[in-house]
Design a protein around this ligand. Sequence first.
Ligand SMILES: Cc1ncc(COP(=O)(O)O)c(C=O)c1O
Length: 453
Amino acid sequence: MSKKILLSENEIPENWYNIQADMPNPALPPLHPGTKQPIGPEDLAPLFPMELIKQEVSQEKWVEIPEEVRDAYKIWRPTPLFRASEFEKLLGTDCKIYYKYEGVSPSGSHKPNTAIPQAYYNMKEGVKRITTETGAGQWGSALSFACQRFGIECEVFMVKISYEQKPYRKLMMNTWEATVHPSPTALTESGKKVLAADPNSPGSLGIAISEAVERAAMDENTKYSLGSVLNHVLMHQTIMGQEALKQMEKAGDFPDIVIAPFGGGSNFAGLAFPFLQYKLTEGKNIRCIASEPASCPKLTKGEFRYDFGDTVGLTPLMPMYTLGHNFVPAPLHAGGLRYHGAGVLVSQLLKDKLIEAESIQQLDSFDAGVKFAKSEGILPAPEANHGIASVINEVNKAKAEGVSKTILFNLCGHGHFDMSAYEAYFAGNLTNHYLTDEELTTNLKELEDIPMG
Ligand SMILES: Cc1ncc(COP(=O)(O)O)c(C=O)c1O
């Protein structure tokens, strides 16, 4: 049995997989925030380069990866697929567990898989500056790296609580010459509005998105970039799942279950969609499980309806599972999972019961991550720990049923910049957070004027 299953550089996939071509029910269209009518490409043009807008709505099953993007991917791709043999031993399971490891990328997670093509298409269309938000700092780091590679300025609005928890993430972004602001700021009308209501706001991804979008909309040389949620972002990430398909074939296996943590859906979609393709087109029996925090449970407790992608209401309205765009989750340490909504494609697939979701408590996630680090040696990002906790849940179910399953999960990032979170966990200072039904109802009530979908 090989511990790691590797591919050579010339096996980097030549196309991204677009699941829109295979979905039984197409996703509903995004709506204009003002008119509430379906938006067209021209509505998105102030924010995104045209090539990405085309990818957003493309129904083509395969979209070619440009040569310069594949060249940049060679820095860290193909990423290894590991057999989690030591973790299996620790759990005492007959299940076979595999993981795709994305922590080998320059910024330490799966995020550069889309940062590189996004910066590339912006560069091709002459864009000078890109604004973005970041939660954990993973996305901001990835985009800073990608912008520098293609000679574009990068301005990052980093959720204030993460900015304070992760000073080295900021320095990493600065090393790649990005400017980083703790959000909410007084630089934008959106930030000022939030600060007026709560001067001590810890920030949220929704607020940081409002700030980044506002900045881009005000300057014709500046565009905006999102690290998850959107169709083209999920599509770029399918490079992971396509590599994993080849690697599982080399291992002579195919997963019964694919698991990944869930923030907006990009690492989940990136690993799961290429496998899900066989369920959609050939009826293959495969379960894909998205793991989200119990304190930000949009997939398991949220409502499927139209909502804004940001807090202030500047983005188009998207049909998705949401906790309400004003929802500010508890300041848990998996900053990348603190988002109120979910990608449109993942939401439609969940609504159609083609994928599953599970919520995980913060303490269970760290317990799982520490077990994994002790056995496999790699210290996971707090986001990734949610997926590992779901793996343990599936292993326990298999044990109870007396069956053996093949499980593949996404170890989507390392936790080297997240040691303060582990420190708090070891010191017994971390707690679980629940979202109460009352909180949820209050938040969703604020969406009454928005069409349901
Ligand atoms: C390491 C890591 N995993 C997962 C996520 C969640 O995002 P997504 O659902 O887009 O993969 C993030 C987001 O920042 C992240 O940094």
